[in-house]
Design a protein around this ligand. Structure first.
Ligand code: ADP
Length: 913
């Protein structure tokens, strides 16, 4: 019985075990994922053994932790008590310990209390024993099964055998599930299309990524062929490939374009692995759209690069040099511009086209830049083969090797000769404009629309006293806040607003300046010209005052004042026209014509001509004319008319102010004077004539009278000699008188002759030695000199170039008188002195004689005038007259100083020429 029942029992257990294995196998087959399979496994085990705790733990991929992945659902409360303990490290907790040891561990109640980590749960369940079973696949632990019971530990031991047998079975199932999972994950995670098709190309299986790429759901793709999604141009490629394969071909590839659900074209690169026996093709397709696109754009880029290169070659001048600057390549443009052939250039350096325009430092900087691997940019002047110059805008780009060292330089140049020339022209024009703006006499500045000063010329600096540097680039209202709210401010704003040119005059109070301003608005702002008109303004004010004064003067003076405004042709007459000429000034409006009409007809032409000539000549500011002017009573007054011409800055006469003075009375006096003069002239002529006659007479008489005189003298001599003894004393006395009379008569005649000749030159001028004249005189009068014990002293006398006779006459007359009119009993002393001044010689003959009363100073020079009778001093009274006549004939003067009893000094001059 025991045996039978034992057999029967074994049989039942065997069946139960088989059923368990079948159920487990089903669970793992049915469930795709490991976790639901694990839960079903736990349920299967519960069904099998009614265990109170069933758990499956699996190590993670990295083998760092062991994780609870399934448990039986009967003991839910256990997990609510122990929610967090779902991971253990190796050797931690029962799962960790079984993982570590790799063998079954059975913990009884005591051990559970001591080691089991989830004690609370275990206590709640009242677990008496827990068995940890390692699950392995090919000796590798793939999981740990925990089985717990409230019953005695024996209960577990009873099942331990069965459970041991499950170790490998469940282990391999877990492993299989894991592999499947991995595969599926790989299948689904691959970003490319992974699929299985039949030989017609129908999709039997396709991964999610593949569907997502095409934008279709699985069911829209499955059992549809590749060609259905393929662009028409690429259809049939798969079929063609399949047909082409023969035994032994393991893989084939092709590319085609899919049309995704959103109509986008997707480039695919297929890699196909056909399984001939199964009639299946395992295929993967990579999305190469981006690569194709970038290839296309690369192609396009390459094409445009080609085009750029071509275009650059057409327009730019390109050379390539090595690191030493030796030209290795040139394009046609370079040859064309430099006029060198390619052969002439290759192998040379750029010094071949050096124009010597740039300093050495320029090229040193160029090389310094590019040798450092940096791009150089600059404008260079070169010289072509024919000697002409050209300018290029150069960009030199160093090409760098892997060590960032330049291995060649590419120079790209643009011909900017025309631009340079244009620039030079522009600079020239700008300079010229600047020069003009700097040299104009006006102040000039410009502001832009924001009132920023953009120009400020030299004159503006001087007039406004502000340097260019202080104002350029600054806001005009900030640099000149004093102008805000002034007339300037208003006018500038008006011009800016209206765009109209404005001209105004205004006082700039800060500098007490009057300025005339012209504002020209332009697109960019304002151009402002101004000039200092302070002088003019002040003159205007002065003029105003002067006008006032002028009016006062016209009232005060007797002269006829007039004011002719030439530009307006109006004439003003002062009060004088009434007082002098009798015109009703208040009721007459004088005009230039009425002035001219009043001029005496024969004076009109002269006066009119002179006034217009004076106005026309810019250098003339005064006018003066004498003429006859008609008074209101139709009589004519002689007037002197004086005018001052006022001109504008161009010199044009704008006004003339003047005054007429009536000099009729003077004129009358003058006329009388002229008449008097005329009669005087006649009288002088008469005198001259009678003088001449007198001279003639004297000359004649001197000769003719001498003859009878000589007769009287000689007959008197005869009478005395022959009849002296017959005549009484009285008769002899008479004879003596007659002889003396004849002698005197002769002397008078001789003197008269001398006198008559004293104002005429009978010989040429000659060298006259006055010393000689003096010594001749001394010799001639030596007897008289001795008698009078006279001394005549003089210093060395000059030699004169003059007429000898009159000079001798003067000296003789004056010395004779000095000898004659001496005092008795004192020795006579005569002194001759000479003074030479610029134009004449002055002589003085001084004596210590009887002297002359000053009332006779004039009288003694008159002919025949004598101060003494003949008895006292002999003489004819002609000597001094001759001296005076002779002195005056030579253009000199004669005068004297004398005192009675003190002696006399006779002075006379002889002009040098
Ligand atoms: P005369 O000597 O023949 O009288 P003069 O014409 O020489 O005529 O002189 C005029 C007069 O001037 C003289 O009569 C004399 O009275 C006076 N007189 C001239 N010279 C002198 C002199 N040196 N001293 C004083 N009286 C003089």
């Amino acid at each position: 019985m025991y045996c039978v029942s034992r057999d029967a029992k074994d049989k039942i257990e065997e069946e139960a075990e088989k059923e368990l294995l079948r159920q487990i196998s089903l669970s793992f087959n049915d469930e795709e994922e490991l976790i639901p399979a694990a839960y079903r496994l736990c349920e299967n085990l519960y069904t099998f053994g009614k265990f109170d705790l069933i758990e499956l733990w699996c190590p993670n991929m990295e083998q760092t932790q062991i994780k609870l992945i399934g448990h039986s659902t009967q003991n839910q409360y256990f997990y609510e008590l122990e929610p967090s303990e779902t991971y253990f490290q190796k050797n931690e907790g029962l799962p960790g310990k079984v993982w570590e040891k790799g063998k079954q561990l059975l913990w009884d109640e005591k051990q559970i209390k001591k080691y089991f980590i989830r004690k609370k749960g275990a206590l709640h369940l009242g677990l008496q024993a827990i068995l940890g079973i390692p699950l392995t696949f090919k000796d590798e632990l793939v999981g740990v099964l925990l089985i717990g019971t409230k019953r005695e530990p024996d209960y577990l031991e009873q099942h331990s055998l069965v459970l041991s047998r499950l170790e490998k079975f469940i282990g391999s199932e877990i492993n299989r599930k894991r592999l499947e999972n991995d595969l599926r994950n790989v299948f689904d995670a691959t970003p490319e299309i992974l699929c299985v098709t039949d030989f017609e190309g129908r999709f039997l299986k396709i991964n999610n990524a593949g569907c997502a790429l095409l934008g279709y759901a699985q069911e829209e793709v499955l059992f549809h062929s590749i060609d259905e999604f393929t662009l028409i141009e690429d259809k049939g490629k798969f079929e063609q490939k399949i047909k082409g394969i023969t035994k032994g071909d393991s893989v084939f590839t092709f590319e085609n374009r899919f049309l995704a659900k959103d109509e986008q074209v997707i480039w695919l690169s297929w890699n196909c692995n056909p399984a001939l026996e199964d009639g299946l093709v395992y295929a993967s397709a990579k999305n190469i759209t981006d690569r194709i696109k970038s290839e296309i754009s690369l192609q396009a880029s390459l094409k445009s690069l080609e085009d750029y290169k071509f275009a650059l070659d057409q327009t730019a001048i390109i050379t390539i040099t090595d690191t030493k600057g030796v030209i290795t390549s040139v394009n046609d443009q370079f040859c064309k511009l430099s006029k060198y052939s390619r052969e002439e250039l290759i192998g040379k350096t750029h010094s071949i086209i050096n124009s010597k325009h740039h300093p050495k430092s320029f090229f040193a900087e160029l090389w310094g830049t590019i040798a450092k691997g940096k791009v150089f940019r600059g404008e260079i002047k070169n010289q072509a083969k024919d000697g002409s110059f050209y300018w290029v805008d150069s960009t030199i780009v160093p090409f760098l090797d892997e060590n960032n060292k330049p291995f060649q330089y590419v120079a790209i140049r643009i011909d900017i000769t025309a631009k340079k020339l244009a620039n030079e022209k522009i600079i020239e024009i700008l300079e010229e404009k600047n020069n003009i703006l700097e040299s104009i006499g006006d102040g000039f500045f410009a502001v832009n629309k924001d009132w920023t000063v953009t120009y400020w010329n030299k004159k503006a600096e001087t007039i406004l006293g502000r340097n260019k540097e202080d104002v350029l680039g600054k806001n005009i209202w900030e640099t000149h806040p004093d102008v805000i709210d002034s007339e300037f401010y208003r006018q500038y704003h008006k011009a800016m607003l209206t765009g109209e040119t404005i001209n105004f005059e205004e006082n700039y109070a800060t500098l007490d300046l009057w300025v005339e301003v012209t504002v020209y608005p332009s697109e960019n702002g304002l151009s402002i010209y101004f000039k200092d008109i302070s002088y003019r303004k002040k003159t205007d004010i002065l003029l105003l005052k002067a006008n006032e004064r002028f009016e006062k003067v016209t009232q005060a003076t007797n002269d006829a004042i007039w004011d002719w405004n030439i530009s307006e042709n109006t004439l003003f007459w002062g009060e004088g026209f009434k007082t002098l000429f009798g015109y009703d000034v208040e009721n007459i409006t004088p005009t230039l014509d009425s002035w001219i009409k009043n001029i005496y007809p024969s004076d009109i032409e002269r006066v009119e001509k002179s006034v217009y000539e004076a106005i026309k000549n810019k250098n003339v500011s005064n006018w003066l004319e004498e003429y006859r002017y008609k008074k209101s009573d139709n009589s004519f007054a002689y007037v002197i008319d004086k005018g001052v011409i006022i001109r504008d800055s161009q010199g044009v006469a704008v006004r003339m102010v003047g005054a007429m003075v009536d000099f009729t009375k003077l004129k009358e006096q003058e006329t009388k004077l002229v008449e008097l003069n005329e009669s005087l002239k006649n009288y002088a002529k008469e005198l001259e004539r009678s003088n001449e006659e007198l001279e003639q007479f004297a000359f004649v008489t001197s000769h003719d009278l001498q003859e009878p005189l000589r007769m009287i003298s000689s007959f008197m001599d005869q009478l005395k000699r022959k009849y002296a003894d017959q005549l009484d004393d009285k008769a002899l006395q008479y004879i003596h008188y007659a002889t003396e009379g004849a002698k005197r008569m002769k002397q008078i005649i001789l003197d008269l002759l001398l006198y008559s000749r004293a104002n005429k030159a009978f010989e040429e001028k000659e060298e006259v030695d006055l010393n000689e004249i003096l010594s001749d005189f001394k010799q001639l009068r030596r007897k008289l000199i001795a008698e009078k014990s006279a001394t005549i002293i003089s210093r060395e006398l000059p030699h004169l170039r003059t007429f000898s006779a009159p000079v001798t006459q003067i000296f003789h007359s004056l010395l004779d008188n000095a000898l004659k009119y001496s005092k008795e009993n004192i020795p006579l002393h005569i002194e001759i002195s000479t003074i030479e001044n610029g134009t004449e010689w002055e002589f003085a003959i001084k004596d210590n004689g009887i002297g002359i009363d000053n009332q006779f100073f004039d009288k003694i020079f008159i002919i025949f005038q004598r101060l003494h009778n003949r008895e006292l001093y002999s003489g004819t009274g002609i000597g001094l007259s001759i001296a005076k006549r002779s002195v005056e004939f030579m253009g000199g003067r004669i005068w004297l100083n004398s005192e009675v009893g003190q002696g006399s000094i006779f002075h006379f001059t002889i002009p040098k020429n």
